[in-house]
Design a protein around this ligand. Structure first.
Ligand code: IPE
Ligand code: IPE
Ligand code: MG
Length: 236
């Protein structure tokens, strides 16, 4: 069952984003195929979701596949698509036991039909769960999301174009902007993740490869966030 949560703790990030990077290198270092690293990455994601839920974080965005990741080999791309579909389907007990509600962000139209079907099923079937809300970003790109938001705004045509109205046409307007974004795997770049929403996010770059992430890493990242002073452009 889900652990007790403390959503009222104002020092906690409400929304954490994670760029889960380093799966391929993790596997290559062990003379394994890159795909094996992606499998281990799923296990890391489960550990991290549980720890964040225990700490009382309400929203989590996991970057699983970018709009640029189609540039990889056919073998890796089809493995990743199958991995997403299979894991969405096979983890219903995990979602139920931990009260995890799943959402998707990204360009659904560009995904294979079986992946789209699993996304539709899992988001519907976990709708009533009241624990951590997890956004799985699959075929997600920040620029692509902003373009699609503009198109939706144009189709409705009745609202003034303000920051608030455009934000309301993004994929998950019910998610607050991420307070903290973690990138694992040593690179220090945004790689098209949550471009609009990250305007005032705090960033933590970790050299550790994603499959090695465990609950202590999560606690250390949250503790580091709690020492940051956020300013939002104001005077101090
Ligand atoms: C992140 O790990 C997972 C995806 C992008 C799907 P990578 O596959 O990018 O791993 P590295 O960066 O090559 O080690
Ligand atoms: C970012 O990682 C995308 C995901 C983790 C899903 P990449 O490995 O694709 O990023 P780059 O290519 O190193 O910038
Ligand atoms: Mg990478």
């Amino acid at each position: 069952m889900s652990a007790e949560t403390t959503p009222s703790d104002p020092t906690l990030p409400r929304h954490v984003g994670i760029i889960m990077d380093g799966n391929g290198r993790w596997a290559t270092e062990r003379n394994l195929r890159r795909t094996r690293g992606h499998q281990e990455g799923v296990e890391a994601a489960k550990r991290v979701v549980i720890e964040l839920e225990k700490l009382g974080v309400e929203f989590l965005s996991l970057y699983a596949f970018s709009t640029e990741n189609w540039r990889r080999t056919e073998e890796e791309v089809s493995f990743l698509m199958a991995l997403v579909a299979r894991n969405l389907r096979d983890h219903y007990d995990f979602y139920r036991e931990n009260r995890i509600r799943l959402h998707h962000s990204g360009d659904l139209a560009g995904l294979p039909p079986d992946v789209r079907a699993e996304i539709a099923a899992v988001t519907r079937d976990t709708e009533g769960y009241s624990g951590i809300q997890v956004n799985l970003a699959v075929n997600y790109g920040g620029r692509n999301e902003i373009i699609r938001a503009f198109k939706r705004w144009g189709d409705r045509g009745d609202a003034d174009l303000t920051e608030q109205t455009l934000a309301s046409f993004l994929d998950l307007p019910q998610f607050p902007d991420p307070d903290l974004i973690i990138r694992t795997g040593g690179e220090q770049r945004i790689s098209n993740f949550l471009l609009w929403q990250s305007a005032y996010s705090e960033w933590i770059f970790s050299p550790k490869l994603w499959p090695d992430w465990c609950d202590e890493d999560v606690r250390a990242a949250i503790a580091e966030y709690q020492h940051r002073v956020r300013n939002f452009g104001g005077d101090r």
